[in-house]
Ligand binder design. Structure first.
Ligand code: ATP
Length: 355
């Protein structure tokens, strides 16, 4: 176990930022901390880094107690690498000097000899694809290249844990997606344990081994990206990850749901968690709906918006005062704002046999 967090609380004065956080991270895991603005993601990362002290509970890194209300091991003694949103490069240092610097000064750096340090700089430059730019200064780099320097600087001393706080948010959309792959590749090559803070579900789903979904200072769910997406445990997770429409009604048996107000409609279970069944709700992701012509007894409604998105059309449909978000493939029949439609649950062909 690389990281163990037990009953961790953090208060800023009277404000409670984190409540009873428990989390275990294995060596080499890539963990994403995902949640909306203000939910406490950065606070958790700062506690892991040792910038701030817990109010209660404890943090162990590599089996050693490093943070509690009574003790705090300082950041420079925790063998961590860090990459932040504002990647803070030093304007007077070239790319290679950025990478050399932590090797000379980091107390955990393995490379003590000058020759080893140079070799390490070359290896890291190669990993992030910056060999040809090593003599450049930050002002001569693009945003993506600058972020690669920050990443290289963080991994050069081979930290056992790499903490990243929204490292891609300063980059444009295309570059963000490109850098996801690069970070994943570097993670695979180095085997470093990664804790990656983001509010972007796409990043968390694409990169992490496990996602910690946070809401208002608490952990809502910790699971693999696929489980988080397909079997959310709470209404919050189903809405935040996957933009589900949460339908109220009743689970009349373990695998049949009757939406409220539509007694003639029954939906089969396409993977709803026990926790949500207990709350008598059914989360339906936008791509799980299908639009058809209106028919009696069905969930009939009216299209309010239709947005062409290239691969899909995104609809907003009002059904009984509720606004549903629906994504349809573009090859299906199109509807326009004002059209009357019926909304059905799309059952994937491979599940039809089981149901
Ligand atoms: P964002 O995605 O916007 O960065 P976050 O999830 O990282 O948000 P935190 O920065 O951890 O959130 O902040 C959690 C809560 O604690 C917020 O409500 C914030 O206002 C509050 N907070 C953070 N730092 C302090 C501080 N030093 N003093 C008082 N309150 C603070």
């Amino acid at each position: 176990m690389m990281i163990q967090i037990e009953h961790l609380d953090k208060q800023y004065g009277v404000f409670t930022a984190l409540v009873d956080i428990n989390l275990t991270v294995l060596a080499g895991e890539f963990i994403a901390i995902l949640g909306p603005s203000g939910c406490g993601k950065t606070t958790l990362l700062k506690l892991l880094a040792g910038f701030i002290k817990p109010t209660a509970g404890q943090i162990m890194l590599n089996g050693e107690l490093v943070g509690s209300a009574h003790s705090l091991k300082p950041p420079e003694k925790r063998n961590l690498g860090m990459v932040f949103q504002s990647f803070a490069l030093w304007p007077h240092m070239t790319v290679e000097e950025h990478i050399l610097f932590p090797l000379k000064h980091h107390r955990f750096a393995e490379a003590k000899r000058k020759q080893d340090q140079r070799a390490r700089v070359d290896t890291v430059l190669q990993m992030v694809g910056l060999e040809s730019l090593k003599k450049r200064y930050p002002s001569e780099l693009s945003g993506g290249q600058g972020q690669r320097v920050a990443l290289a600087r963080a991994i050069a001393p081979r930290p056992s844990i790499l903490l990243m706080d929204e490292p891609l948010s300063a980059l444009d959309a295309e570059l963000r997606i490109e850098m996801r792959k690069e970070i994943q590749t570097i993670h695979r090559q180095t085997g470093t344990t990664v804790v990656y803070v983001t509010h972007d579900q796409g990043e968390a789903l694409a990169m992490a081994d496990r996602i910690v979904v946070m809401n208002q200072g608490r952990v809502e769910q910790v699971d693999s990206p696929e489980t988080i997406y397909t079997r959310p445990k709470s209404v919050f997770v189903s809405r935040f990850v996957g933009k589900s429409n949460v339908m109220e009604g009743q689970w009349i048996s373990t695998d049949t749901f009757m939406p409220k107000g539509f007694p003639s409609v029954q939906w089969k279970d396409l993977g709803v968690s026990l926790e949500l069944k207990r709350q008598n709700v059914y989360p339906i992701r936008p791509e799980q709906w299908k639009l058809e012509e209106p028919s009696p007894g069905q969930l009939n409604g009216k299209v309010l918006f239709a947005q062409f998105q290239g691969n899909e059309v995104h609809y907003t449909v009002s059904v009984e005062e509720q606004l549903l978000t629906i994504y349809s493939p573009i090859y299906e029949k199109r509807y326009e704002p004002g059209n009357e439609v019926s909304v059905r649950l799309r059952i994937p062909a491979n599940l039809l046999l089981r149901i």
